[in-house]
Design a protein around this ligand. Structure first.
Ligand code: AMP
Length: 187
């Protein structure tokens, strides 16, 4: 079973590229952001707690997203593989994913990191705010906090996968198809 991680800062285009990979390789898409937004919409207790953090641009606790990932893995034993989008976002999450997969005799296949700079993160998210109704996209100070959290908590995940020899980085600037082409050339 394949386990691809799409990595990158907020607004890098992970969701868009994940959808193209799903289409081409018949993988199951796991977006922790989408799963959390679903909980919020459903009005669950988990959703209520997550909303308070997400709306400020803060990460939700590792255990929460790890639990969601485990449920997804257990719910879909027969798929060709998974594409993780927005997970892992901390080194602790990366470590737990490795453990969950090795318990199943599996491992992360490759990490594809879509890189854009902070200026473009801000630009892209402001543009997305006009198209999607995400509270965490609507306010510049919240976007800046997400960028800060990305550098402080998520960027160290790069070193984790470099050490495993699984890290691949591509330039996230350009047209959607152009970026997808770069992903294909890595895979
Ligand atoms: P995303 O849709 O990936 O941009 O995620 C939206 C928000 O959900 C993030 O800003 C975080 O608050 C939360 N979130 C999503 N994935 C994770 C994760 N793996 N760990 C912690 N928080 C997450």
């Amino acid at each position: 079973m394949k386990h691809y991680i799409l990595f990158g800062p907020p607004g890098a285009g992970k969701g868009t590229q994940a959808a193209l990979m799903v289409e081409k390789y018949d993988l199951r898409h796991i977006s922790t952001g989408d799963l959390l937004r679903r909980e919020i919409k459903a009005g669950t207790e988990l959703g209520r707690q997550a909303a308070a953090l997400i709306e400020k641009g803060n990460l939700v606790p590792d255990e929460v997203v790890e639990g969601m990932i485990l449920s997804e893995l257990e719910a879909h034993p027969d798929v060709k593989g998974f594409i993780y989008d927005g997970f892992p976002r901390t080194v602790a999450q990366a470590e737990v994913l490795d453990k969950m997969l090795s318990a199943r005799g599996e491992a992360v296949t490759a990490v594809i990191s879509i890189m854009i700079d902070d200026r473009m993160v801000l630009e892209r998210i402001k543009h997305r705010a006009l198209l999607e109704n995400r509270k965490d996209d609507a306010d510049e100070s919240i976007i800046l906090n997400r960028i800060r959290n990305y550098h402080a908590k998520t960027e160290p995940v790069i070193g984790f996968y470099k050490a495993e020899g699984k890290y691949n980085e591509i330039n996230g600037e350009g047209a959607v198809e152009e970026i997808f082409g770069r992903i294909l050339s890595v895979l």
